[in-house]
Design a protein around this ligand. Sequence first.
Ligand code: NAP
Length: 251
Amino acid sequence: MSAEKKTLLITGGSRGIGAAICRQANRAGYRVAVNYVSNQAAADVLVAELKAAGGDAFAVKGDVGNEADVIAMFEAVDRVFGQLDAFVNNAGIVDLKARVDEMSAERLERMMRINVVGSFLCAREAVKRVSTRHGGKGGAIVNISSAAARLGSPGEYVDYAASKGAIDTLTIGLAREVALEGIRVNAVSPGIIETEIHASGGQPDRVTRMQDMLPMKRAGTADEVASAVLYLLSDAASYITGAILNVSGGR
Ligand code: NAP
C-alpha cells in the first residue's frame, strides 16, 4: 500500500452511517480503521468488502465508553497505519422511548458515557496524534451529532438529544482550541436516516412512521450523510472549522 495514502479511524464504522462513511472513504483512497463494539461479523464482512474493492482496511474492537478500549484502539491504528490523518466520532446509541420523569440514573450514565465521554476520549486521542503541537502533521475530525440536539426529542429521548447537544459544543470548542494546530473539527448533524439504530431503540418502524412529517417526505440515507462527512474531511473544506452541517432534508 502506498505510504502517502491518508488514514482514517471511524468509531462505529461497521454498520449504518459509519459503514457508508467507510465505503466512501475507501473509494476516496483512505486506509480505513473500522471500529465496532460487539458485532464482529458485520465488521469483518465490511473489511473484506473494502479490501475486495482494492482498499487497505482493518477492524478494531472497542467500546468508546471505556477509556482503556479507546487507548488500545488508537494504539492499534498507530501499529497498523503508523499515522492518523482523519478521525470520525460516529459511534452513538439511543435508548428506549421514555419521558425524562421515567429515566434512571443508570440509563443517563450509559447514554452520557458512550455518546459524550466516549466522544471526548476519542477526540483527545485523535488530537494527541494529529495536532502539530504534539508532533503530528495536522488533519481533520468530524463528529456525528443529530438534529435531536436542536429539536430536543420530547417524549422520545431527551437524554440522547442532550448528549448530541454536547457533541455540538465539543465541535465548536475543540475547533477553536486546535485551529492553530493544523486540525479542523466539524460536525454533521443528520435528521432521520435509515439505519438499524431505530430498531435498537425499540422503534423498528420509526422511519416509516415519521417520514410523512418530514419536509422531503422521506428519510435520508447513510450515503447522503457520508458524502457530507467526506467533504468536511477533504481539502475542499480547508476554511471550514467549527461548523455543524445539517443533513436532515430541511427538518
Ligand atoms: P447504528 O446503525 O446503530 O450503528 C451503530 C454503530 O456504532 C455500529 O457499528 C456499532 O457497533 C457501533 N457502536 C455502538 N455502540 C458502540 C460503542 N459503545 N463503542 C463503539 N462502537 C459502538 O447507528 P447509526 O444510525 O449508523 O448511527 C451512527 C451515528 O449517527 C450515531 O452517533 C447516531 O447517534 C447518529 N445519528 C443517527 C441518526 C439516524 O437516524 N440513524 C440520526 C442522527 C444521528 P456494533 O455493530 O458492534 O454494535
